[in-house]
Design a binder for this molecule. Structure first.
Ligand code: NAD
Length: 463
């Protein structure tokens, strides 16, 4: 049960935001740009405090907070500030014959009051980048960050709630019970990032009000390595992608399918890269984080089978640190293949027939990303075109996520909808078509009485 004050606070904030939106306050582009600039300014002013909070949550280094948390938010804000004027312009498509001599316009208009619910694994970036899109498109926002990254959630609430008018943007902290309370209310748009399980709960709650949802969910991202790949570069890029954020990323390469002829070589190259990147004492490396909580730490340690460890495998329960680990000779029915790994453990499986492998992957839930390593680019492109995944890469992993010129999102079990750059602006905008008709002409054939002559004309127009 939530305390009465919190419920009252939620209801009052929603009401304030509703009025603010209905009064048209969020419509002017200048207002939106001022608030995007304000967000950037307060983040810059509080960089040190934010980095400390993220560090307390799971030991992420200052470098990485700048690189893949705040840096990505700054870049997202910059692209919206630069392009918003262009994106917000009404489109002027041609008008179909039946509506001539009318003039068609498509206005991107804000949905209204939005709710953003975010996960713990990139606790700044995944909370604020949807908010950037929401502000840019002219919506109000209630943000509920993840309680699991509690220090970051507290820090975001403090700096946002002290610096933003609550009628535009307000942070409400708490766990599932607070999210459930928020979801009892009508929002005009819900943007959720998190697990597939909770995504379904969100969508059910949204259905009550017919609220459009964007769901950025998880999944097991396969990484397929063909016999003709550049082994050294493949190993380097897989290792970087897998152990970034200690594997706690939605776009992390979850597991590897390597052609049996090069499996040994690939594993050896990956070990070389692990030693090079993280040294002999990986727990001291600032390129690795801790595991977010004991539940995940114990879950991940349960995947490690000592007999099949190629490198790593050691865990430090107190600091919740797990070494970058490779496990080979993994089978499809091993427990690690039954859920998203979401940690620094890479299962390696082999294959001999690519077509069989692709066929078997097609019967599994659609992942967020598919990664393919090969020199045969046309084959890789064909597989990417035909395989159902949210996105993917050829000859690299993870970094497609940071492209803010292309839409990012999942499909099927990995989610629905897109954001990043223009896709983010579109995600929080309704496309409103308005056709202006002149008064000097009227299409008389649409009026009764219906005659055979009018029917002939209609048939001639509408074919
Ligand atoms: P989660 O689903 O447990 O939690 C996400 C958010 O939902 C949190 O704010 C949490 O408080 C809230 N929540 C939890 N239970 C709820 C309930 N019953 N009702 C309403 N809200 C509830 O996810 P997580 O553990 O924070 O994040 C990890 C998952 O998110 C992984 O599956 C990962 O792949 C996925 N993810 C996806 C993306 C993406 O962009 N597609 C990005 C990051 C993480």
């Amino acid at each position: 049960m939530l305390v009465r004050e919190l419920v009252d606070h939620i209801n009052a904030t929603i009401e304030r935001q509703r009025r603010h939106f209905l009064e048209g306050k969020t419509f002017p582009l200048l207002y939106r740009k001022e608030n995007l600039a304000r967000l950037k300014r307060i983040l810059k002013e509080n960089e040190k405090e934010i980095a400390e909070a993220v560090y307390k949550d799971f030991g992420k280094s200052y470098f990485e907070v700048m690189e893949n948390e705040l840096g990505l938010v700054y870049a997202e804000i910059s692209v919206h500030l630069r392009r918003l004027g262009k994106w917000a312009k009404p489109a002027k498509p041609p008008t179909s014959l039946i509506n001539l001599p009318g003039q068609s316009r498509v206005y991107p208009v804000p949905f209204g009051n939005s709710l953003v619910i975010s996960p713990w694994n990139y606790p700044v970036q995944l909370a604020l980048n949807p908010v950037v899109s929401a502000i840019s498109a002219g919506n109000t926002i209630i943000l509920k960050p993840s309680e699991v990254a509690g220090h970051t959630s507290n820090m975001l609430a403090k700096i946002i709630n002290e610096n933003f008018p609550a009628e535009l943007f307000h942070v409400v902290e708490g766990g599932p019970e607070v999210a459930s309370e928020l979801l009892k209310n009508r929002f005009d748009k819900i943007f959720f990032t998190g697990s597939t399980r909770v995504g379904k709960i969100i969508m059910k709650a949204a259905a009550e009000f017919l609220t459009p949802v964007t769901l950025e969910l998880g999944g097991k991202n396969p990484t397929i390595v063909l016999h003709d790949c550049d082994i050294k570069m493949t190993a380097k890029r897989i290792v970087w992608g897998k152990f970034h954020n200690s594997g706690q990323a939605c776009v992390s390469p979850d597991h590897i399918y390597v052609h049996e002829s090069i499996a040994g070589q690939l594993v050896e190259e990956m070990k070389i890269n692990i030693r090079k990147n993280y040294g002999d004492n990986p727990e001291a490396s600032e390129a690795l984080t801790g595991i977010i909580d004991d539940r995940h730490y114990n879950r991940l340690m349960g995947f490690i089978d000592n007999e099949r460890i190629e490198i790593g495998g050691r865990g430090l329960a107190e600091s919740r640190f797990i070494e970058p680990t490779i496990i080979s000779r993994v089978m499809h029915n091993d427990s690690i293949m039954k859920e998203e790994v979401f940690g620094p453990i890479m299962p390696v499986l082999t294959f001999s027939d690519l077509d069989n492998l692709i066929e078997s992957l097609k019967s599994k839930p659609s992942p967020l990303a598919l990664y393919i390593f090969t020199r045969n680019i046309s084959k890789a492109k064909k597989i990417q075109r035909e395989f159902r995944s949210g996105g993917g890469m050829i000859n690299d992993t993870v970094v497609y996520f940071v492209n803010n010129t292309t839409p990012f999102g999942g499909i099927g079990d990995s989610g629905m909808g897109h954001y990043h750059g223009k896709a983010g602006f579109d995600c929080f905008s309704h496309k409103k078509t308005v056709i202006k008709k002149p008064l000097w002409f009227e299409l008389w054939i649409k009026y009764p009485p219906y005659t055979r002559f009018k029917l002939r004309l209609i048939k001639a127009f509408l074919k």
